[in-house]
Design a protein around this ligand. Structure first.
Ligand SMILES: Nc1ncnc2c1ncn2[C@@H]1O[C@H](COP(=O)(O)OP(=O)(O)OP(=O)(O)O)[C@@H](O)[C@H]1O
Ligand SMILES: [Mg+2]
Length: 156
């Protein structure tokens, strides 16, 4: 468990994750509305090198936004928000989006509302559960890359 009493603490967590992130990593962000999923993802992308001049909007409406060297990111990242897909045939929707394929091709995935997508996206990753009262993150690692990311996240 990592206490996140203020935005600075969340940004520090984002930086630790960014330092450890490698191509094809999976980070799933779960937690209720306003828990800070997009804030954490944006911090992570900034820490990967995306400068302030480039907007990092919530992917709620676009479903996904992609970042790469052109945006300043040191590795390709897809920031997705599956909220609008919940309740539907998630596996089919995910197949349609091609997230798993692009992960295999090297894109790291940051997936909001992605708890049910963890296995369909091929697992081996970190699940970050953000809570509001009190603000904190609970981490669940699956597989070697999940463990590596959790270890990096937990270093104070
Ligand atoms: N550790 C923190 N302490 C205080 N405020 C925070 C913290 N982390 C994030 N916030 C603030 O919480 C607000 C909501 O965050 P954000 O939009 O990231 O939530 P979300 O989980 O993505 O919500 P949604 O489910 O609607 O997409 C933002 O204004 C952000 O600045
Ligand atoms: Mg969000």
């Amino acid at each position: 468990m990592i206490a996140l009493p203020n935005r600075r603490a969340t940004l520090a967590l984002a930086r630790r994750l960014a330092q450890a992130l490698v191509p094809s990593d999976l980070v799933v962000l779960v937690g209720g509305l306003g828990a800070g999923k997009t804030f954490l993802a944006r911090g992570l992308l900034r820490a990967l090198g995306v400068p302030e001049e480039i907007a990092v909007p919530s992917p709620t409406f676009t479903l996904e936004n992609e970042y790469g060297p052109e945006e300043g990111a040191r590795l390709p990242v897809i920031h997705a928000d599956l909220y609008r897909l919940l309740g539907g045939d998630l596996e089919a929707e995910l197949a349609g989006l091609g997230l798993r394929d692009r992960r295999s091709a090297g894109a790291a995935l940051l997936v909001e509302w992605g708890e049910d997508a963890f296995s369909p996206l091929a697992g081996d990753g970190l699940l970050v559960h953000l809570e509001l009262e009190p603000r904190r993150a609970t981490l669940r690692a699956e597989g070697p890359r999940g463990e590596a990311l959790r270890n990096a996240a937990e270093i104070e």
